[in-house]
Design a protein. Structure first.
Length: 397
């Protein structure tokens, strides 16, 4: 049986994927027969082979298990086989990409926070218009006013001494990894006990996917809120970090497309969360070590311009980003930058931030455990020191 399984895995690695839930079910039944000692035909082995390569359907089974549903022994075996295939393919893909695009400890670009009035491809630096790293006074004043209204809310969204201030993380795999590190650091620090940090970010859920309000991502967010004992009505603050997979076109094409998806995501936030007041945005970390085309440089660097343009639209009074009822229909929460996370690899930016290869995981795109802690500290420092956040994030004096 062990020899058969080794041969089977070898066959799986060389195949191509297909999607058929019925075949996945059939494969589970065949694995049960095989485990009971039955000899399978080559056609039956082929069913298991193909199903193990259908990661989408197998992932659905895995996710059921993660939600607490009981999986059969054969469902678990199918997941195990599929993960072997997936890991081998990923390793082969990384090796090929690494050979064509050697990892770089620096790409020679200047962080937006240091670029100031300088430019990148004709676009001015800084996080905000004018090459500045702080919002214009009028915009900041509006944010400070909203911050004073952030108080604990009950499950019905009404102010309550027994309520919570829910901070929701929104985004993709990097965001969930980084926010969970932040959650742990915050739990060990002195923060307002009424603040509840909920990780709504999810792996594989890029900005183009979450731009669909009927997508499964939003059901996942609701599930995580329920698990945390919170409701949509209690969300007053969002940290949003997103990206789109496999960007190819030169600047500014991909950055403009990404901004378009961000606009849709912001509108969904506004529509779903009636008490949402503030959204902080961050862009990608350094990706010069990337071993896949998922989101390499310079695209990771360029995502910051998408965020900058989005916030600038609100500052400049663009109607689709309006947060002020006095100025017309409200289509967005008040927005500003959260922590700006990009640095040019091992070249320190002005505040000393760097990213070494050890700060990134195997794929060079997602942060390692060490990298997650580094980013978690940046998030914690931001919430403790930003004037629109510290008033409600820290304990009352």
């Amino acid at each position: 049986m062990k020899k058969q399984m080794v041969v089977l895995v070898a066959l799986l690695i060389s195949g191509v994927a297909f999607a058929d839930e019925a075949k996945v079910r059939e494969a589970v039944d065949l694995l049960a027969r095989q485990r009971s000692g039955a000899e399978l035909t080559m056609d039956e082995q082929s069913v298991i082979d193909k199903a193990s390569r259908d990661w989408g359907s197998v992932r659905d089974i895995r996710d059921r298990g993660r939600r607490g549903e009981t999986l059969t022994q054969d469902e678990k075996k199918l997941i195990e086989l599929a993960e072997v295939v997936r890991a081998k393919r990923a390793a082969d893909s990384r090796a090929a990409y690494r050979a064509a695009h050697p990892p770089r400890a620096s790409i020679g670009l200047v962080p937006l926070t240091d670029l100031g009035s300088g430019s990148y491809e004709g676009e001015e630096g800084g996080l905000y218009p004018g090459g500045h790293n702080v919002p214009p006074l009028k915009h900041l004043a509006a944010g400070l006013k909203l911050a004073t209204s952030i108080v604990p809310l009950g499950s019905d969204g009404q102010p309550s001494g027994d309520g919570q201030i829910v901070v929701l993380a929104r985004g993709m795999s990097n965001a969930t990894q980084e926010f969970r590190a932040f959650q742990k650091l915050a739990s060990e620090d002195a923060i307002n006990p009424k603040v509840l940090l909920v990780d709504g970010a999810q792996g594989g859920q890029s900005a183009d996917r979450t731009a669909d309000p009927s997508g499964k991502y939003w059901k996942g967010v609701d599930r995580r809120l329920a698990e945390a004992g919170a409701t949509r009505e209690q969300i007053q603050v969002v940290w949003l970090k997103q990206a789109v997979p496999r960007p190819k076109d030169p600047f500014p094409a991909e950055a403009s497309r990404f901004k378009h998806h961000l606009v849709a995501n912001i509108h969904i936030l506004r529509d779903l969360y009636p008490n949402l007041k503030v959204t902080y945005l961050s862009s990608r970390i350094y990706a010069g070590y990337a071993e896949s085309p998922l989101n390499p440089e310079p695209h990771a660097y360029e995502t910051a311009f998408s965020v900058k343009w989005l916030i600038a639209d609100q500052i400049n009074g663009v109607a689709e980003m309006n947060f002020d009822p006095a100025s017309g229909p409200v289509r967005a929460p008040w927005m500003c930058w959260g922590p700006y996370l990009w640095a040019d690899g091992t070249t320190a930016r002005s505040d000393g931030l760097t990213y070494s290869r050890e700060d990134l995981g195997v794929d060079g795109t997602h942060p390692s455990g060490r990298g997650r802690i580094k980013i978690g500290h940046q998030l914690l420092t931001f919430f403790k020191t930003d004037p629109t956040a510290s008033s409600w994030f820290l304990p009352s004096k």
